[in-house]
Design a protein around this ligand. Structure first.
Ligand SMILES: Cc1cc2nc3c(=O)[nH]c(=O)nc-3n(C[C@H](O)[C@H](O)[C@H](O)COP(=O)(O)OP(=O)(O)OC[C@H]3O[C@@H](n4cnc5c(N)ncnc54)[C@H](O)[C@@H]3O)c2cc1C
Length: 381
């Protein structure tokens, strides 16, 4: 792969740069209309952009100091499914406000008894005329407190194996019977929730794809989530400061005399650089609409790396690291450290990612034969 970014006078770059010169502070809708929010999507949402054009757009956006609208679960996880399998009405209704972050989205997948083993979910949706009646509980639902819509997976048949009989819905979060309870995490903040459904009447037109065949879509959503949680350069699922930020901060504060800490810092810098190159492969996979085990590989590498970056950042603060909400330049390490245990859990735990890599990249056998309920060795003699 050619890793050099297109030249300064590349006509595509010139055109993108001109847009940002003419729109120094673009409104979200202007970015959406230009196709710059999801350049790899087809028109009217994106530009069918190849990896190079995507890199140009990212590069020019960064140079102009412009950020994309923030709707991570909507744009990263839900949007691709609506785009691929939604009806024309669903696409028209939901996608543009989603991309402009005018309507936030959340993902109603995990349950108390269904996390890594998501197909074990117990929330039910029973068809009743032109609605589905939904009952059950979801947990760890990020952004439910601000979301206008959520994607829900629920059981619509129970007389078949657990991976079948699951359906996929768009849920308006203000429907009667939905109760959202915030969960506080150890950063002192929240951001995720329990969501309870009691006889919630969901219009049948909110089903995405075919009834009972939602599991395949759920797996694609999780793969998109892994892409979305691993493409940025920040150490916290692509967001926030990176190993390079820490190096710059250490340099600006007089360097490091402790030899062990120097070794750790340089090691983290090297990992960060390798992850940056791996990102190019991820972009290529996203462009080809094939998020797969490569995304799992990157997430499996990036999450423990993120933990180590925040751990060292906090350690370098010394006693100051015990002060919550210290000076903003340093506080990011303290807050990131407190959040960092979540990195290797959310969006697929490190152990589950290794299972995916071992099966799909390395061609090793399943750890457990899910259908048979036996270990691989037992079920195959
Ligand atoms: C910050 C954050 C935000 C989140 N946001 C959302 C959200 O918006 N929507 C949503 O639906 N969910 C969300 N989640 C939930 C997340 O998807 C689950 O936490 C995750 O899938 C793991 O499920 P679990 O917590 O039930 O752990 P479990 O699945 O119970 O796992 C417990 C432990 O067992 C290990 N384990 C499980 N199965 C295997 C196996 N087969 N082989 C080896 N080890 C195994 C795991 O690795 C883990 O260490 C979020 C989680 C976090 C931390």
């Amino acid at each position: 792969m050619d890793l050099d970014l297109p030249a300064e006078d590349d006509p595509r770059r010139v055109e993108v740069r001109r847009f940002f010169e003419e729109h120094p502070a673009p409104k979200p809708r202007e970015l959406v209309d230009a196709g710059y929010v999801v350049p790899h999507w087809p028109a009217p949402y994106g530009l069918d952009a190849d990896p190079e054009l995507q890199l140009i757009i990212e590069d020019e956006m960064r140079r102009a100091g412009v950020n994309k609208p923030t709707n991570p679960i909507g744009i990263g996880h839900c949007g691709p499914i609506v785009l691929a399998l939604g009806t024309d009405e669903q696409k028209q209704r939901y996608l543009l406000p989603m991309l402009a972050a005018e309507e936030m989205w959340c993902q109603l997948f995990s349950e108390p008894g269904a996390g890594s083993d998501l197909a074990n979910l117990a929330t039910r949706a029973r068809r009743d005329g032109d609605v589905y009646i939904v009952n059950g509980q979801k947990i760890w639902t990020s952004l439910a407190e601000v979301a206008k819509f959520g994607i829900l997976i629920a059981r619509t048949r129970s007389d078949v194996s657990k991976h079948r009989g699951i359906s996929y819905f768009i849920i308006p979060m203000d429907l009667e019977g939905i109760e959202i309870r915030p969960i506080r995490n150890m950063t002192g903040g929240g951001g995720f929730n329990e969501v309870f459904f009691t006889d919630v009447r969901v219009p049948a037109e909110n089903l995405i794809g075919e009834e009972h065949l939602g599991w395949g879509m759920a797996k694609t959503t999780l793969a998109n989530e892994r892409v979305s949680l691993s493409t940025g350069t920040g150490a916290q699922w692509g967001y926030g400061p990176s190993a390079r930020t820490l190096v710059d901060q250490v340099k600006a504060n007089g360097g490091l005399s402790d030899t062990v800490q120097r070794q750790r810092l340089v090691g983290l810098f090297i990992e960060g650089e390798i992850l940056k190159y791996h990102k190019l492969r991820m972009i290529s996979a996203a462009v080809n609409k094939k998020p797969g085990p490569d995304a799992s590989l990157r997430k499996a590498l990036a999450d423990p790396h993120g933990k180590r970056v925040f751990e060292l950042g906090k350690e370098l603060m010394g006693a100051y690291g015990m002060v919550h909400d210290a000076d903003p330049e340093w506080a990011q390490w303290e807050r990131g450290f407190l959040f960092s245990p979540a990195l290797t859990v959310g969006g697929g735990t490190s152990e589950v990612l290794r299972n995916i890599i071992s099966e799909r990249l390395l061609g090793l056998p399943h750890d457990v034969d899910v259908e048979q309920g036996k270990t691989w060795a037992e079920s195959r003699g």
